[in-house]
Design a protein around this ligand. Structure first.
Ligand code: SF4
Length: 433
């Protein structure tokens, strides 16, 4: 199958420069980062040969690619890095960390000259490309025979240990999966490609891996426990009973060693209290899409099993338990413009999401974004048509301005905020604070 990017989706350098000129309050680096995240990047074979000596993409939860593994001619899936840091170059980039979303058809391409890498847009140099050294613990094997990056990979330039302890989700299996999500399809393609990809990680294995990381690593400052939704039971346990065992065991062994985060469904208040009592500090009951009609259409499992109004009530109840600043629901930025049901104009999309930001931020709750990656293995990603770049620029502005309006501090658990310092790689929300 040929995966072609839609004509009206790709950007030229002059378009980017014009957009940057008209939006001078948003850093050029953040504009380029959003454009790369929505379109992915390609790698020359020479650049891949350099990259494979550095920390590689671990496929920590979804594919976050714009082409399936079967469409990767150069085996990018096993050679490409987890993230790149763009710095210097003709635009004198202050460093920004960007997640690598593979797309051989993207106008953004990383090329190599000897060992030095450059990001180009349609052949024009944009910035130098730096790669993260492979952490020592990535080379270690557990007593089970598994390598550490398979059990505890890290992202955000090593800041965040990412524990997807259940790599599948029960909603898609029941025909109720979120339409932008490829979790189960990604699991299947990773298994088919031969990558070791444990569906359920045991508490013991996670602790074994963390034992090695705790002894040698100084970069990781936080961990996230997450995975697919458990609509009924998994191994005989409900969602809370299954997931809570991980922070409980970690915090028992290393109380407070990392900032503990949990990204789960919006749970009833008593379950949320159990998370807090287990030592979790930050709770991500991800909301995904503010608009009520789109939430119901694009998140059928969440909608049917919990419901939007109840989801909101639970977020507010969680704020009473954790403190509002420690409840950080994620939004999938741009998916509210996805056809067939999405908003047709940037104005309508921004106005809807701004309403959601106003609702939460006025209550001290600080949402955050992941820039939507139209993954072809998801229902909404087949055409690989993300939201326009203008949407992302305007979203960054309304996000920053609403935070300022309510004088919200930078969110905890993401490292330092600000251009040149931020490490959050799947959207620019930390770069612009
Ligand atoms: S709840 Fe939705 S977004 Fe989350 S893993 Fe399941 S299908 Fe994907």
């Amino acid at each position: 199958m040929i995966y072609k990017i839609s004509d009206d989706m790709s950007t030229t350098l002059s378009e980017i420069e014009t957009l940057a000129e008209h939006n001078s309050d948003i850093p050029f680096e953040a504009i380029v980062k959003e454009d790369i995240l929505r379109q992915g990047m390609s790698w020359s074979p020479e650049a891949l040969a350099v990259a494979k000596e550095y920390k590689r993409k671990a496929y920590f939860i979804f594919s976050f690619d714009m082409v399936p593994i079967s469409g990767m001619e150069h085996k990018e899936n096993i050679k490409a890095p987890e993230e790149v840091r763009l710095a210097g170059g003709p635009y004198d980039f202050r460093p920004v960390v960007v997640s690598v979303r593979l797309n051989p058809d993207s106008p953004y391409r990383v090329e190599a000259e000897k060992d030095s890498l450059t990001l180009k847009l349609s052949g024009n140099a944009i910035a130098g490309v730096q790669l993260q050294k492979t952490p020592e613990y990535y080379l270690k094997t557990l007593s089970s025979g598994r390598m550490i990056p398979e059990i505890v990979p890290s992202i955000e330039w090593g800041y965040l240990l990412y524990l997807t302890v259940f790599r599948r989700c029960q909603y898609p299996s029941a025909g109720e999966g979120c339409l932008y999500c490829d979790i189960n399809e990604n699991y299947r393609q990773q298994k088919n490609s031969g990558r070791p990809y444990t569906p359920v990680k045991s508490v013991e294995e996670v602790i074994d891996a963390l034992e090695i990381i705790a002894a040698s690593d100084v970069d990781s400052k936080a961990y996230t426990v997450t995975g697919g939704s458990i609509a009924s039971t998994l191994e005989g346990k409900s969602e809370i009973d299954f997931y809570i065992r991980y922070p409980e065991a970690i915090e028992r062994r290393w109380p407070g060693r990392w900032i503990s985060k949990a990204a789960l469904q919006a749970l009833p208040k008593d379950d949320v209290k159990r998370l807090r009592d287990a030592g979790v500090q930050i709770y991500h009951p991800n909301f995904e899409i503010w608009d009520a009609r789109l939430f119901e259409t694009y998140c059928p499992g969440k909608s049917r099993h919990v419901g939007r109004d109840e989801w909101i009530r639970r977020i507010l109840a969680a704020a009473e338990v954790f403190g509002p600043e420690n409840v950080i629901p994620n939004f999938v930025a741009g998916v509210e413009m996805a056809p067939p049901a999405g908003f047709a104009s940037v104005d309508a999309a921004i106005s809807s999401t701004a309403e959601g930001l106003e609702f939460f931020m006025s209550r001290g709750i600080s949402p955050r974004f992941t820039t939507w990656c139209p993954e072809p293995l998801s229902a909404l990603g087949k055409e690989r048509r993300g939201a326009p770049l203008e949407y992302y620029i305007r979203l960054l502005r309304v996000y920053r301005d609403t935070r300022e309006k309510y004088k919200l501090p930078a969110p905890r658990g993401y490292g330092k905020p600000g251009l040149g310092r931020a490490v959050f790689s799947v959207s620019s929300f930390m770069d612009i604070l």
